[in-house]
Design a protein around this ligand. Structure first.
Ligand code: SF4
Ligand code: SF4
Ligand code: SF4
Length: 280
């Protein structure tokens, strides 16, 4: 029964991811454009206008504060692409009867701070007005171009090579880019989240010695205690831990609203579509 439930839930998630990948794939780059634009305007001492990039950044940050990092788990094109590459690589390894390579937990924990350095580096370069001159090294530009069907990549060789390395990392480690490198992920992970949509678990109801949810989690998150306002900034709401828990002990929701994860998923998917339509 639980296996069937998990299967249905995985299919619903895949369908939502595909929908957003097809129809709203530029949301990530637009929001990231907002970060660069604000830093550049501050550096130039100019007024920050309400541009489409700023609206995308504000819309996604506002959404994340209310609903958690649902955008990351279900709707970001780059995150979904990473999920697809990782799943394909694991499937291939299984077919070839080879054990897939994996990074150690310790290395992953160390690498997860790199995204803050990437964010700070890009913000400083934008502030100093240098970033626009580095177009040829931005893997996101290449991703956006290829996604838009533009394969005229002359002058983008370093960026294309970086993107290829990121893709290789995505194959080896689940959510490699999100966890270690994404500057937008760094922004989202620092935002507070209203407790209604953040995931919590009741430690006292846990099976003795169990760490199934943390091991299953692509971010290796230790979920906060039920009833607290604490949120796990690195949790991007993929909800894999919920299916992994043998005691159904992981929930979002607050007080009497707890335990409506499937309904909350649909509500958030609808609300996010509204936000993205407003942005675009
Ligand atoms: S962490 Fe970055 S790349 Fe990953 S899903 Fe979130 S915004 Fe997208
Ligand atoms: S804590 Fe759960 S929902 Fe959050 S990233 Fe980990 S597995 Fe996904
Ligand atoms: S999988 Fe469930 S029982 Fe095990 S540690 Fe996580 S919440 Fe507790």
């Amino acid at each position: 029964m639980k296996k069937r439930k998990n299967k249905i839930y995985a299919r619903i998630r895949a369908a939502i991811q595909l929908f957003y990948f097809l129809f709203f794939s530029s949301a990530y780059t637009a929001a990231f454009g907002g970060v660069k634009y604000i830093a550049a305007q501050l550096g130039a001492g100019e007024e920050i206008q309400w541009t489409a990039f700023v609206a995308a950044l504000a819309g996604l940050c506002g959404f994340t504060i209310v609903f958690g990092r649902f955008f990351c788990g279900f709707a970001c094109a780059f995150g979904s692409l990473g999920d697809g590459l990782y799943a394909s690589f694991q499937w291939l390894c299984k077919k070839c009867k080879k054990k897939p390579a994996k990074l150690s937990v310790r290395l992953c924990e160390g690498l997860s701070t790199v995204k803050y350095l990437v964010l700070a580096g890009i913000a400083v370069l934008s502030f100093l007005g240098i970033y626009p001159r580095l177009r040829g090294i931005s893997p996101w530009d290449v991703f956006s171009m290829v996604r838009a069907g533009n394969f005229r990549l002359e002058g983008y060789a370093p960026a294309a090579a970086l993107l290829a390395l990121i893709f290789a990392g995505m194959c080896v480690q689940e959510r490699f880019f999100c966890r270690f490198l994404c500057p937008m992920g760094a922004v989202f992970s620092m935002l507070p989240v209203l407790p209604v949509f953040a995931l919590h678990r009741s430690r006292e109801n846990c099976k003795k010695g169990c760490s199934g949810c943390t091991r299953k989690c692509p971010s290796h998150v230790e979920l906060p205690e039920d009833g607290s306002w604490e949120t796990a900034g690195d949790c991007f709401q993929c909800q894999k831990c919920i299916g992994a828990c043998p005691r159904e002990n992981i929930h979002c929701g607050w007080k009497e609203l707890r335990g409506n994860e499937a309904l909350f998923t649909l509500v958030r998917a609808g609300a996010l579509a509204g936000v993205l339509i407003w942005i675009s």
